[in-house]
Design a protein around this ligand. Structure first.
Ligand SMILES: Nc1nc2c(c(=O)[nH]1)N[C@H]1C(S)=C(S)[C@@H](COP(=O)(O)O)O[C@H]1N2
Ligand SMILES: [Mo]
Length: 400
């Protein structure tokens, strides 16, 4: 890195010749191959935006995060644990029914009725618990194995939700019954006959301490939430990883125990490599502090350029981000750009750098308001959840 203006001009002139050479080295694949078709339930999305791991797992491409903060719905990643419900559940959105239990006056509300109880708007990072699993997989040795989708960074987005605060609903129903410790939300997928519902139901419990922040959302980025992303109504737990944000929520119960549904008891647990998941292991709940570079992701001409990225603190605001172009040997503080949409949203950052011809590894390291910083590597866990190490998502580029 240098800020010598004389060098910058020379590097720029050299750069235009160098760029030709560099572009001939780029693999031709990206432009010529047809993207894999999207499954029917998301055929309204931009097919060029995704790495299609399967019909139930669509990852957004890394160069599409942009710098204007909000992830458009047609690019937002998709993750379904079971087959999503039909579009017809949103034919009459306001008629969608949600049952409330664990409160003094249990009741079923329609969405139309819920809308009358309160409305708030909150921006959150929606990120699959397994985002970054690919980086764990790359570290496996010997006969170590890990199953799951090999997400890199694209199972994440920052979106704006509008909905009713759960607290307003609970208050309207006389408050929690004494002794309740969890908020348990149940997804509205139909469980095929003959299968054990406990094995398939998307039912998640989060600590009752989230009562002041959980919302039941009907709107995302200014539109009624698509069924693919959880419409007509979604339970949003700000700061918590993807799985806890139950789509097409049909029951919200305050409960003494966590649900014994498989998705809570055996899946989404932090367990050691080779150890079986069990309900006494830590649940995948709060997201840790994290960041990654979003641009550039390809080779560049020499001279001045903007290294951009995004950072978030999970439950806490992100305080600052350091960027390195030499793979973590030296760091420079980046500048936040754009609006601050609150502690659950991500922030975009930029660092202007002037690069001479050579090879660079761009990495970023965020610190939250409580002083928690991304580790260089995240200790391995058996299912590959919660990756937030700064080294592996690094971007290698050639400047020529
Ligand atoms: N009802 C229901 N809610 C769900 C899921 C699901 O399969 N069914 N998947 C969860 C998981 S694992 C993730 S990462 C997010 C994905 O949200 P998205 O598909 O809107 O991006 O939804 C969560 N909520
Ligand atoms: Mo997920």
């Amino acid at each position: 890195m240098t800020s010598d203006p004389k060098f910058e001009r020379r590097a720029f002139l050299l750069g235009s010749a160098g760029a030709l050479a560099a572009s001939t080295l780029e693999p031709a694949v990206a432009q010529t191959s047809e993207p894999k078709p999207l499954p029917a339930y998301v055929n309204w999305k931009d097919p060029k935006a995704f790495i299609v791991h399967s019909d139930q797992t669509l990852e957004m491409k890394r160069d599409l995060f942009g710098t204007s903060l909000i992830t458009p719905e047609d690019r937002l990643f998709i993750r379904n644990n079971v087959k999503p419900p039909p579009e017809s559940i949103a034919a009459d959105r306001d008629a969608w029914r949600v049952e409330f239990a664990g409160v003094k006056q249990p009741k079923t509300f329609t969405l139309g009725e819920l809308k009358r109880l309160g409305v708030v708007t909150v921006a959150t990072v929606l990120q699959c618990s397994g985002n970054g699993r690919k980086f764990f997989m790359d570290e496996l040795k010997g006969d170590q194995k890990m199953s799951g989708t090999p997400w890199t960074v694209g199972a994440a987005g920052c979106v704006i939700w509008s909905g009713v605060p759960l607290k307003a609903v609970v208050d309207a129903l006389g408050g929690p019954i004494a002794g309740m410790k969890f908020i348990t939300g149940t997804g509205g997928e139909e469980i095929p006959a003959g299968l054990n519902p406990k094995d398939l139901v998307v039912e998640r419990s989060v600590p009752l301490s989230n009562l002041d922040t959980v919302i039941l959302a009907w709107e995302m980025n200014g539109k009624p939430i698509s069924v693919a992303h959880g419409g007509p109504l979604r339970m949003v737990v700000p700061g918590y990883s993807g799985v806890n944000n139950v789509k097409y929520v049909k029951t919200v119960a305050l409960t003494v125990e966590q649900t014994d549904a498989r998705i809570q008891s055996a899946n989404y647990r932090f367990h050691k490599m080779g150890e079986k998941p069990a309900p006494n292991q830590p649940a995948v709940w709060e997201q840790p502090v994290k960041s990654w570079i979003t641009s550039p992701t390809t080779s560049q001409k020499p001279g001045l350029l903007q290294v951009t990225g995004l950072a978030f603190g999970g439950m806490n605001p992100v305080a600052h981000v350091d960027v390195s172009v030499d793979g973590g040997k030296t760091w420079v503080r980046a500048k936040f750009i754009g609006p601050d949409l609150g502690r659950f949203a991500w922030r975009m950052f930029t660092l202007p750098v002037t690069l001479k011809p050579g090879d660079y590894t761009l990495v970023s390291r965020a610190t939250d308001s409580k002083g928690a910083t991304q580790p260089e590597t995240t200790p391995l866990n058996g299912s590959g959840y919660g990756h937030n190490g700064w080294r592996s998502p690094g971007v290698k580029i050639t400047v020529a």
